[in-house]
Design a protein around this ligand. Sequence first.
Ligand code: BGC
Length: 763
Amino acid sequence: MKKLCLLGLFVSLASHQVLAATTPVPLENKDAFISNLMNQMTLDEKIGQLRLISIGPEMPRELIRKEIAAGNIGGTFNSITRPENRPMQDAAMRSRLKIPMFFAYDVIHGHRTIFPIPLALASSWDMDAIGLSGRIAAKEAAADSLDITFAPMVDISRDPRWGRTSEGFGEDTYLVSRIAGVMVKAFQGAGANAADSIMASVKHFALYGAVEGGRDYNVVDMSPVKMYQDYLPPYRAAIDAGAGGVMVALNSINGVPATADTWLMNDLLRKDWGFKGLAVSDHGAIFELIKHGVARDGREAAKLAIKAGIDMSMNDTLYGKELPGLLKSGEIEQQDIDNAVREVLAAKYDMGLFKDPYLRIGKAEDDPADTYAESRLHRADAREVARRSLVLLKNQNETLPLKKTAKIALVGPLAKAPIDMMGSWAAAGRPAQSVTLFDGMNAAMADKATLIYARGASITSDRKVLDYLNFLNFDAPEVVDDPRSAQVLIDEAVKAAKDADVVVAAVGESRGMSHESSSRTDLNIPASQRELIKALKATGKPLVLVLMNGRPLSILEEKDQADAILETWFSGTEGGNAIADVLFGDYNPSGKLPLTFPRSVGQIPTYYNHLSIGRPFTPGKPGNYTSQYFDDTTGPLFPFGYGLSYTDFALSDMALSSTTLNATGKLDASVMVKNTGKRDGETVVQLYIQDVTGSMIRPVKELKNFQKILLKAGEQKVVHFTISEDDLKFYNAQLKYAAEPGKFNVQIGLDSQDVTQQSFELL
Ligand code: BGC
């Protein structure tokens, strides 16, 4: 997906000084094995290990193999098949010390089988489903000879203008942290050294999701308390779950680029958190230290990065060029280089590569005859996970589920959009293998009903936007403009609508609109599609919007125009089938929003767990000097945690086992949940806690636990949550993590706003 450049790929390193081999050390003793190996390495070989290069189709393979055999490259990314990687590993085995290469890739939400985008996975609130997606991604990637992924991406995103919102798990620290741990464990399986596992490298360390204004690569300026309390825990959770690697963020934090931040990388990550793994720079980030304005030149950039503890440099040449000179002049010490080399070798060791460099490459005779073979996909699992990630936002008059015998008009630029179905960062997924909404609905309806299709609109009629989307890193233009005029497209769709019983409109963003460097100034559905929706509404036919997008959209008007709205994000290879399952009621939707939908872009930030304020808004009392925008209704369009079902659930009898809790005790919070409707269904029962008074201002509420439960029609069940002092801890002004005695409100609900509340006292 990414365009790669050859610029300065091959660095001629200083002369080899071959060191004498020492007595071999058994492989079982990791530290001694690595020390022994390092004793034999020349400076050039050491620096070679710190180079991670991107392999593009246009690259001269023979030269690369020569460089590998000379010990000048430690690993690659973007080469993703066994036949591609085997010759490179062969070259490594011809090198003096036979140090294996590793092969990396951005396996973010699936590898060959594409699962829903991370934001959609988070919407499932289903840790088993999310774990399954990660496990399958790892298996497929490992079967394609990959050893490590640059994932999970756990940047908290509270500004949906940021295009990479799609790539993360939403706005909430607790939910994202839970998922971070699940994904790391799923990728690494029985261990990063297992043949069907890949090592996880959590990214982007740190705080990348908080770039100012949601503009990609922009600065981050954040108070230490907010950092510790809200933004750092997901990375920590990934590391505590055993992530072998960390990718360092491109942004600066409070004036220091992460890539040069010794506090972040050494004091926090390694010393405080005890991280012992591999720290990889992001693409070209060491060079960018010059642009940030903290390094005069490449030499200083390399010095800052190695001093900060950046072990591997991704796709720039500065380590190779500058480290020998820096060492010679005494500006860096041998120890700085050795620390980094040790981490790279240790990661390779942990991936099982010293034991067997071909662990994931296997034998040539076992290579898949067809890399893209259908038999290599996990379609059933992808469909199951995808349907669990869809969020029903509106369903007036039971417009959904649709009858399979109905006459349905399917319109919209995303109805037949195999590329968009996959979302961005679609690894090795193939558009041709995506089930579109059109395909999925057709299959579900068999021959029992009629589907009338009309495109209705282009993704956008804004030529500049279109050019931008097609200029992005993609291999071929992927947003195709319809040559017909907007009016002709709309007329055709209106005709289809008039002929039908109900209209399904697949609208939203192309996948490139929610991607790296795809920041937006508004969150509307593009104008061309809004015109279409207006025209469809005017037909008077029931209107179902199927949204495809990688961030919350401000759909204030569309919320009124539509009878039903299903948020489907970008739902992956099996997306069309999964959406059809929900539209026709073969699966009862159970997803919940992992981030708030604002009414308009001007409301941002709208995250639910904001700090308490002195003049909170009082509903129904405009102009009373409280915190609000006077020109619009206060509050979100859809709150965090929100999502409907085809059945109804009622909560009652909330109870706390005690009105007090002591430091070593536990408290039970329970609620009766009843399925009061006519269908079986799942819902997510959410537990929020508010620390009413503290030494610091505390959030109005914070998610502390949740359970996704299945209830048959009419069934009821008491759901229990255990609360202990740990759930009440926070970072105070001195960054001490502790709970403070006093009153706590406990809220339980099926979203973050509609809750019932009880209180207790922490003694
Ligand atoms: C992104 C990373 C990604 C890397 C390699 C960078 O532009 O920020 O998330 O892992 O490219 O593809």
